[in-house]
Design a protein around this ligand. Structure first.
Ligand code: MOS
Length: 787
């Protein structure tokens, strides 16, 4: 699971008086199968935009409001800051360990310090491993440290940092720093790291293995006794590298005791909180700004090393510092998706009803934690008896971090592979087996998603494909189910301002990480106010707004903030109605604003235009405020989907081509179908890469990453990209006043599993390890011939 304290599900909520509550009705679910439900909500909650809501903006393909700015290069990313923006800007660089495990016996940076143009040198000469949150305690001013008390525990770990007048100078300075290492034994493979005599990664531990809490339900022994068929398999997935288009970058600037950081981050608020703790400052003195950013996928929560080091260098140099990782650093030290070895045992009745699921998994998040893969298995299918056991194995490698649906694509590959083998054993259609076991949840539209996906991929012709064909090129179909828990919720606060010139501003300290958040804010405000989307100016990405919003992770952003935006717009609108009601000879409560006109309900003939109405505001703008109220608990349910793959496998070359992916998804109400599709394309693309191409490869004797670049680490390109058909299913939810849920992660959950199932169908034989690279396919075909 992604870090619970980092995506806005704040653990510390202010104590609240019991709010007064009311019961309201909403017509929800699918348009063709509407259901009227009664829900209890706080008194001030707005009616749900349900199936009867007439919406003018929400639900339309509104282009991203910052699109033109981006394609013309005007949108400013943290990386774009230059001395023209920040006079005196210096460039930071980090000296990193080239060994996986070593004692640092000497650091001498005096030559670097003496180089003209070098403005700051700091040494990290204390501690076992570098902890950015303790940077003030573990760093020294340099230039020399003899003897240092320092051990590095992965290739790429920070040892020293410099700030200089140019990037080239900073690099030159790094080369002048003399470091003497004494190598220590390392282990970078999770199988080897589990062995009792393996070198330990963390001092003071007895073993590299840390068992997770695990999860049980029902009685697993009883479940397997009841089973008539049992499938038991071990499956493996590799470490992946995030490779966001934009690497980690922070630009730090001090003014007296005040600090401003422009950062590529998924959460300006979490970043600021970390900075204020680390540098022992009042939050109000720290400002974090992220106007645009080029992806994070889970690797950019919090201050991390780049934020801490940029800030420390700027403090020491007395000048602003930009610290931008290059691709190599990014891929050694800025996060990765943990690998896993997953042993799965699944039991079922002859009719396909699951009776028991047992999974034992271990994997490595490098020197960090959370390689768990089983939370997905706990929720994707109904199974009364489960035991799920995850262990983390420490290795001398860069720290794993959440990566788009952390743990779920891994778990999906394991459970969906075993489900397909179970179906084969039972001589059942794999899709039927899923239908037999899907969970009971109100408003679940999974049956419709399965049916649409099956129809569009041509599932009914599945039996005509497979290994029997004469051609060396075999075709297959496969599928998998997408699921991700709902984490949307409070806190989120928005302010909507209406001025006398008719302009509207919606403000909140949320960031747009490339997903279209800015556009969502504008659309929701425009919808509630009854004005065109172009008339809403959006002000986000800056903690100094002091309007709290979640960090963007866990698919929470759009549906955590939208209800707050709507509430703020509704508040502003009511204030405007109060001002103009006398002119319309009506009560404020009778007024509506639609299509840019304000009039009393049923009396559209007598109206004021938006401009006429706002002109009455005078010098003081109206400021509406809205907050995100809690979810209606009974409907705080997962995000679902189903994906279907059609593949072609060349049995002579081992090459897999994904011909087509049909991705059927839901997010409750689809706020903007174009942005919905965009999320799905991205998720599926990443999933195809996971299935066929990507893996971080380690040189085990040297303890180093062999492919921390984009030449040797193969990401998907247009060459391998299948045709992707997105199908939107829209079961409106009464969970919040918008009727929607999140979407960011589900589209990447089942992709690799669906492809693996299609490949197994094509070949009549399964490969239990990702990626499904030509070497693996050919080896497996060879082994079958010999058998
Ligand atoms: Mo996501 S892995 O919570 O950015």
């Amino acid at each position: 699971m992604y870090p619970t304290n980092r995506a806005g599900r704040s653990t510390a909520r202010p104590p609240q008086e019991a709010p007064r509550r009311k019961r309201i009705k909403a017509k929800v679910g699918l348009a063709e199968k509407p259901q009227v439900v009664e829900i209890e909500v706080p008194d001030q909650e707005l009616p749900v935009w349900d199936l009867d809501a007439k919406l003018a903006v929400v639900g339309k393909r509104v282009p991203r409001i910052e699109g033109a700015e981006k394609v013309t290069g005007q949108a400013k990313y943290a990386l774009d800051y230059t001395p023209r923006d920040l006079p005196g800007l210096l460039y930071g660089k980090i000296l990193r360990s080239s060994f996986a495990h070593a004692r640092v016996e000497k650091i001498d940076a005096s030559k670097a310090q003496a180089l003209p143009g070098v403005k700051a040198v700091i040494l990290f000469d204390k501690g076992q491993g570098f902890d950015p949150s303790a940077i003030l305690e573990v760093m020294s001013d340099g230039p020399t440290s003899t003897p240092p008390d320092r051990v590095v525990i992965f290739e790429g770990e920070e040892i020293a940092a410099v700030a200089a007048e140019s990037e080239q100078l900073a690099e030159d300075a790094l080369r002048l720093i003399e470091v003497k290492f004494r190598r220590l034994p390392h282990v970078v493979d999770h199988e080897e790291a589990r062995q009792p005599n393996a070198p330990l990664v963390h001092r003071g531990t007895q073993s590299n293995v840390v068992a997770g809490e695990g999860q049980t339900r029902g009685d697993i022994e009883k479940g397997f006794k009841e089973a008539e068929v049992v499938i038991e398999r071990t499956l493996r997935v590799p470490v992946l590298l995030h490779n966001s288009p934009e690497c980690h970058v922070a630009v730090a600037k001090w003014e007296g005791k005040k600090l401003t950081v422009w950062a590529s981050t998924q959460g300006v608020n979490g970043f600021r909180d970390d900075l204020s703790k680390t540098f022992k400052m009042d939050k109000a003195d720290v400002r974090v700004i992220t106007q645009h950013m080029g992806g994070g996928f889970g690797s950019k929560f919090g201050m991390q090393s780049f934020g801490a080091i940029a800030t420390a260098l700027a403090q020491k140099a007395g000048a602003p510092v930009k610290l931008a990782y290059d691709r190599h650093e990014e891929n050694l030290a800025a996060g990765n998706r943990p690998d896993a070895t997953m042993w799965v045992r699944l039991g079922a009745k002859k009719d396909g009803t699951l009776t028991a699921l047992h999974c034992r998994s271990y994997g490595t998040a490098g020197f960090g934690r959370d390689a768990s893969v089983t939370p997905m298995m706990a929720i994707v299918y109904k199974c009364p008896n489960i035991r799920l056991e995850d262990s983390d194995v420490y290795t001398h490698a860069g720290q794993g971090m959440p990566m788009r649906a952390p743990g779920f694509p891994q778990g999906s590959f394991a459970i969906e592979s075993v489900m397909d083998e179970l179906a084969a054993e039972l001589k059942m259609d794999p899709l039927e087996l899923r239908r037999k076991n899907f969970v009971d949840q109100p408003l679940l539209a999974l049956d419709k998603m399965y049916a649409l996906g099956a129809e569009k991929i041509g599932w009914s012709h599945r039996n005509e494909l497979g290994p029997k064909t004469n051609s060396p090129i075999k075709r297959g179909l496969g599928m998998g189910t997408a699921v991700w828990p709902n984490y949307c919720g409070p806190p989120a606060v928005c302010r909507v301002t209406i001025s006398a010139d008719g302009s509207v501003e919606a403000a909140m300290a949320v960031q747009d990480i490339g997903t279209g958040t800015r556009t969502v804010v504008a659309m929701v405000a425009a919808e509630e106010l009854g004005v065109p989307v172009e008339s809403v100016k959006v002000n986000i990405g800056d903690t100094s707004l002091e309007l709290i919003a979640p960090d963007s992770g866990g698919s929470v952003t759009a549906l955590s903030i939208s209800p707050a935006v709507r509430a703020a717009a509704a508040d502003a609108k009511q204030q405007l109605f109060k001002k103009v009601a006398p002119a319309l000879k009506a009560q404020p409560g009778e007024l509506l604003c639609e299509g840019g006109k304000i009039f009393a309900r049923g009396k559209p003939a007598k109206s004021l235009t938006w401009q006429q109405a706002t002109a009455r505001l005078g010098a003081t703008p109206i400021a509406g405020r809205g907050e995100r109220l809690p979810n209606v608990e009974a409907y705080s349910l997962p995000l679902w989907g189903a994906q279907f793959a059609e593949v072609e496998v060349d049995t002579e070359t081992g090459q897999v081509r994904v011909l087509r992916m049909v991705a059927v998804h839901e997010a409750g109400r689809a706020l903007n179908p174009a942005m919905f599709e965009s999320q799905v394309y991205g998720g599926v693309m990443m999933g195809v890469g996971y299935a066929l191409l990507e893996r971080r490869t380690m040189d085990k004797p040297e303890g180093r990453v062999i492919n921390p670049n984009l030449e040797d680490y193969k990401m998907i390109s247009s060459e391998e990209l299948p045709e992707i058909e997105t199908v939107i299913v829209e079961p409106i939810t009464p969970m919040n006043n918008i009727g929607g849920k999140g979407l960011g992660e589900p589209p990447t959950v089942p992709t690799a599993a669906a492809i693996a199932n299609a490949v197994a169908h094509a070949l009549g034989m399964r490969i239990y390890e990702l990626p499904l690279s030509p070497d693996r396919i050919l080896d497996a075909l060879e082994a079958r011939k010999e058998a």
